[in-house]
Design a protein around this ligand. Sequence first.
Ligand code: PEP
Ligand code: MN
Length: 337
Amino acid sequence: MLIVMDSVATAEDIRRVVEAVQSHGLQAHPIPGAQRTAIGITGNRGSVDPGAFENLPGVLEVIPVSAPYKLVSREAKRENTVVSVGDVDVGGERIVIVGGPCAVESEEQAVEIGRRVRAAGGTLYRGGAFKPRTSPYSFQGLGEEGLRILSLVRRETGLPIVTEVLDTDTVDLVAEHADCLQVGARNMQNFSLLKRLGRIRKPVLLKRGMSATIEELLLSAEYLLSEGNYQVMLCERGVRTFADHTRNTLDLSAVPYVQRISHLPILVDPSHGTGKRSKVLPLSRAAVAVGADGLLIEVHNEPDRALSDGPQAILPEMFEELVRQLSRLAPVVGRTV
Ligand code: PEP
Ligand code: MN
């Protein structure tokens, strides 16, 4: 259920409603909007009696929320959420381009790629220190040393850092170094991790599971918001299908679909979505055309020697061309890069 406050409701009115909700043993989540505040109610097993709240001062209406996700829905908040990653806003007019290697491999590699991403006009830096690998014998990432290198990349380039967190044990450690914590496809339904990340005050980039529906993606995001973290971005990174001409099937229709039912920003990852270097640029153009709020792009200076995901990494000069093309394309859909 959602309590919509009047546009002239005072902070005191809102406080009183929150107290009334809590006195019923429920949780209240005030969601400020440009025109008015809405208060989401969670924690109820069955339906809640609207009569308990609709006559409180400042309450405009009490509406049942039909979707299983509540706080992430447009019913709860009409305006787009803008997430601040360091000094970069995600979800506004500017499309963010996150560039960097799949994995941090060395200081030289990570910093060199960072400089090229920055020079090309990339807005955020990505790079994994803890890598979720299919095989236990594959490179697992540099771990804490990788995080230290990421902090160095931020100092050298000024780019805020997005990096993956694999488990609850390392949340604090990763949060110390990252500006945004990535939850990978394989962890989209790791609910204890999501609950833990819901309690930190850093943005989270939540990637779609490789066989997850949009409803499942939004319900995973709901875990983060219901624990109090509203700084959440979603990411379409392709799903498993029968098609084998690409690594995954990039579901670009997810973008306008999510944007209609949720206020959260959504990025597209054409690198994992296609698994093929030559497909990254065309699918990036398509992602911008379809309305993505940002792109996640794997860039490597020596892709043939990359310790993970080399075949899908683009070279720094290809990244430059990508940013150039997207800057020209973005105005067509009312955005900038
Ligand atoms: C990644 O971004 O490097 C990654 C492992 O992505 P995904 O979780 O989408 O496979
Ligand atoms: Mn990768």
